[in-house]
Design a protein around this ligand. Structure first.
Ligand SMILES: *Cc1c(COP(=O)(O)O)cnc(C)c1O
Length: 389
């Protein structure tokens, strides 16, 4: 028994896929890691709010007022008043009927899909969707049809084949985590309307970053009203923790009554809710930060492409350099670390075999000078490794 587990770990090590934890301490757009101070191109703290004084203050105040632990699930006695405040702020922000805060993006996706889809449903899921969507689809016991990444012809073929009487649910990330490309939301809306499906979107990487007030990609593309269920996390651009689901009142009521990862878990600590309330307020007003992040990202991608790096289909603040081989991705990351840059290597099974990469994530608090400095090191390492001429 133990030998089998040991063997499994050794096999992972053999494929350069064994993971270990490193001690980290974040400091704005820098990070202390491995005893070094590194420029942080690996964080999801896209607007820098995780270290924002206003969020820190709100979370301390919430703890003083309501205590450290929520003491019970929300349906029992854990529904402290900050929940109502946060959910009302979410409703105003997203312009929707109802909102529900759940404990994390991971549990939100598990919960939405397993509540919404039973054995008589079919889930249509983009092949590159986040692991939490994959797991939620499995847990639902529905039939799962995975369509080729962003391939609308493939999705349509699958929808055509589906039994008419079955509930159909299409689910997609709006910005894909490891590639930084954007889902074809307009086409997805068209297909869901044609085939009578529901559309669920995961705004984890777009929330706070896209949309006039940071509402997400659905709002950026003016499609919000055509999408049935919006989910997003408060742990990335919002700088806190927890996640939200927004949509019609009936749907939120349904989730409240059926979603096991909502019902059978203790409510979030008041400190987290305090931070979420502050973040939802601040994020709507940080228009300049968002513009700066987009300009910085456009520049970063353009420069990488000009020198010949393969950055896939990224059009956002998440930019991969696709290297291919696991060992080379690790070596690339190690070289950057030597030069003072934290940029993680992402390997299978997180990404498809043969597409190991460095994943860069930019932050709105970075300056043009810092990005130019980082680019010059990325270019040098790329040349040393023979990835560019
Ligand atoms: C990070 C992420 C999640 C999980 O959110 P957490 O709040 O960290 O649990 C879900 N979906 C996508 C696309 C993500 O990137």
């Amino acid at each position: 028994m133990w030998e089998e587990l040991q063997l499994h770990i050794e096999q992972l090590a053999g494929k350069a896929q064994k993971r270990t934890l490193v001690k980290t301490e974040s400091d704005g757009c820098f990070i202390h890691m491995d005893g070094r101070h590194l420029f942080n191109l690996s964080s999801n703290n896209y607007l820098g709010l995780a270290n924002d004084e206003r969020l820190i203050h709100a979370s301390i105040e919430a703890t003083r007022r309501y205590g450290v632990g929520a003491t019970a699930s929300r349906l029992v006695v854990g529904n402290h008043s900050l929940y109502e405040q946060a959910e009302e702020a979410l409703i105003r922000w997203k312009g929707c009927e109802a909102a529900l805060i759940v404990n994390s993006g991971y549990t939100a996706n598990i919960g939405i899909l397993s509540s919404l889809a039973g054995r008589d449903a079919i889930i249509f899921s983009d092949k590159w969707n986040h692991a939490s969507i994959v797991d939620g689809a499995i847990l639902s016991r529905a039939e799962v049809r995975r369509y080729r990444h962003a391939d609308m012809d493939h999705l349509e073929t699958l929808l055509k084949k589906a039994e008419r009487h079955k509930r159909k649910i299409i689910v997609t990330d709006t910005i894909f985590s490891m590639d930084g490309d954007v889902a074809p939301l307009r086409d997805l809306v068209m297909l869901k309307e044609t085939y009578g499906a529901m559309l669920v979107v995961d705004e984890a990487h777009a929330s706070g970053v896209y949309g006039k007030n940071g509402e997400g990609m659905a709002h950026e593309l003016q499609l919000a009203q055509h999408i049935d269920i919006h989910m997003g996390t408060c742990s990335k651009a919002l700088g806190a923790y927890g996640a939200y689901v927004t949509g019609k009142r009936v749907f939120i009521d349904y989730l409240m009554n059926t979603m096991r990862p909502f019902i059978f878990t203790t409510a979030l600590p008041p400190s987290v809710l305090g931070a979420i309330c502050a973040a939802v307020d601040i994020v709507q007003r940080e228009i300049t930060l968002r513009h700066h992040l987009h300009a910085l990202s456009d520049y970063f991608r353009t420069r990488l492409q000009q020198v010949g790096f393969h950055i896939g289909e990224s059009t956002t603040h998440i930019v991969p350099i696709i290297v291919g081989d696991n060992e080379r991705a690790l070596a690339f990351s190690a070289q950057l670390r030597e030069r003072g840059i934290a940029a993680v290597a992402i390997r299978p099974p997180t990404v498809p075999e043969g597409t190991a990469r460095i994943r860069f994530a930019l932050m709105a608090t970075m300056t043009n000078q810092q990005i130019d400095w980082a680019l010059s090191h990325i270019f040098e390492v790329g040349k040393e490794m023979g990835l560019i001429a």
